[in-house]
Design a protein around this ligand. Sequence first.
Ligand SMILES: Cc1ncc(C[n+]2csc(CCOP(=O)(O)OP(=O)(O)O)c2C)c(N)n1
Ligand SMILES: [Mg+2]
Length: 325
Amino acid sequence: MLNFSREKLLDLYKNMVLIRKYEERIYFLFLEGIMPGTIHQSHGQEASAVGMLYDLQKTDYMTTTHRPAGHALAKGVSLKSMMAEMFAKTSGCCHGYGGAMHVGDMAVGAVPAIAIVGGGVPLGVGIALSCKMRKTDSVCVTFLGDGATNEGAVHESMNGAMIWKLPIIFAVENNLYGASTSIKQTTTIENLAERAKAYNMPAEIVDGNDVIAVNQAAERAIARARSGSGPTFLELKTYRIGGHSRNDTCGYRTKKEEAEWAKRDAIKVFGERLVKEKIASRKELNAIDEQIEQDIDEAVVYAKSEPSPVAEDAFKNVYVQEGLI
Ligand SMILES: Cc1ncc(C[n+]2csc(CCOP(=O)(O)OP(=O)(O)O)c2C)c(N)n1
Ligand SMILES: [Mg+2]
């Protein structure tokens, strides 16, 4: 399959399965009522997370959205620290302060997620500016949704990034909906990539459910950013299999549309391709799936047994005005 090594192909598969199974488990733990907070899951969008981030280094950065779990895992945040964060434990990747919508770990370049729609984008541009000013060769991938491309801050960010030729990639996950609103009601253009033209920014439209296509587009964009040639806008066409958040039954879209996209499930299609092209047997893929289930079992046991923060911790790591407490 292309000129990818077998190791990389299996890694791409494994990383996508990890995200899918992690989110499935979180969903059930959440329904059990033993997990605080809320959830926005990315079932169906795993190829964009893994394809975009596979070739980045720890010294590269990633900013994400209210739907961050896949991006965080793909950037290298550890499974155990993600799980502990979901149980609001001190050993969580944000020491229990963040929860599902704010996961991240600066040690691996995963900037803790920002749930304000479009909010991670100016931050990503600032990070890219810092990388350039400090003369590092680091790059930043900033994820945003189709809905976020309507935010003013996103357009200011794109303009600034082009003026300063910053090492940033705008990875737009176009899943056709912003919460319950169809993209048809929020924009009159067919392809969001057209928006990049207004800033003279190179853009590509990519099948966001094809991990190889995403990874190749990411490689081109990363190379451009690293070499000092500036930003790229990637429109990744994809679909969220589940609801927008925990209690969304998706009444705003048709069963026919859901069934069409189910046929294009990134993990299913890629797994079949690996088998067909004799990269791996079905048995080998099943063994990967089982190992991931075990890793998740262990992460849940670990997370449950870790200590919870104490009341005084509420005032650690946050700015508290003197005299207020
Ligand atoms: C500035 C702002 N407005 C509204 C919301 C509420 N909200 C959370 S997610 C979301 C939809 C975002 O859609 P999109 O950017 O397409 O991302 P997706 O949910 O599809 O991943 C909205 C409106 C918010 N968090 N921030
Ligand atoms: Mg969307």
